[in-house]
Ligand binder design. Sequence first.
Ligand SMILES: Cc1ncc(COP(=O)(O)O)c(C=O)c1O
Length: 363
Amino acid sequence: MSGLAAEHKAVNLGQGFPDFSMNEELISLVNEAMLSGYNQYVPMQGYLPLRQTLAEKVELLYHTNINPDTQITITPGGTYAIYTALTAVLRPGDEVIIFEPAYDSYIPNVELNGAIPVLIDLQFPEYKIDWTLVKTKVTARTRMIMLNSPHNPTGAVLTEYDIEQLRALVKDTDILILSDEVYEHLIFDGVAHQSILRYPDLLERSFVCFSFGKVYHCTGWKLGYCIAPPSFMKEFRKVHQYNCFSCHSPSQVALASFLKRKDSYLSLGGFLQEKRDYFIKLLSGARFDLLKSSGSYFICARYDRISDEKDTDFAIRITKQYGIATIPVSAFYKAGTDNHVIRFCFAKKNETLLMAAEKLTKI
Ligand SMILES: Cc1ncc(COP(=O)(O)O)c(C=O)c1O
């Protein structure tokens, strides 16, 4: 859709990236790190002061003690962290529960490891997990459950109820959890992020993956990290050692000091919530029915009042005809399930959102 957007000079609310600039001080810190000579490999686990600062952050936010030596590894992005975790533990024939719609790397990553994705639809239109259904999908071969909260593409978030259900489900089993929390700070309306890091009994069976790109508006940096129990992290590092081995050094040095400024991440939820609310207000006269977005920087909308086209056809048509690019949500389902829903990314300058809304209101 980004290619089509460029071709038709459309306003692009499709792909998930901000169009506003990142913090300039953080850029200066990277420059400084380079000029100070941090241009060679850092250790395979990542720059130690960064891992230490992350452990402090986890303690502050989730009241959990993480050992920076044995439980954190810096990675080239969240997607890589997820792939590495899966590769570390999956065996051919293992079953992995994935909720759809799902971030596009999950299914191919599971399949590349010879494992079998067991796909479960989130309940439309709230996109909640049907835990009764999940129970029926667990077998002796279930190796892992993949979670993503706040959720791409829907903006749904896990609640304490979900955590209780998850806990009951995995109790007395060997089921592992992969928790994709790249949008951990993008959560709205005063709701607390239900990080797996809050729950020691769940963390002991989990890989939890994060992305600096999503937190600091620099998706192109491709830097993230994984947190897991020491025995899991040992396996994770066996894969990482012979793949990427060591990530971009100056960015790690810069982030180690920038992360001390708690406001840089604590203010994020409020900042994106304002964008969400602004976008919702702008669309109040449009014929789209917006679904609830409680987190992430995405909001989905039904277009049943406008058309009964397939969502892919609809998304392509409005890009060409009205100059507005979005993502059809069927793209996040292996079987292409089409509920006539498209996804907007609202991590955009207010003027971009305004331009987009003017076009959307005409449809
Ligand atoms: C749910 C989810 N996980 C992971 C990622 C990837 O993060 P990164 O760019 O750090 O690999 C994204 C990016 O869109 C995402 O939406």
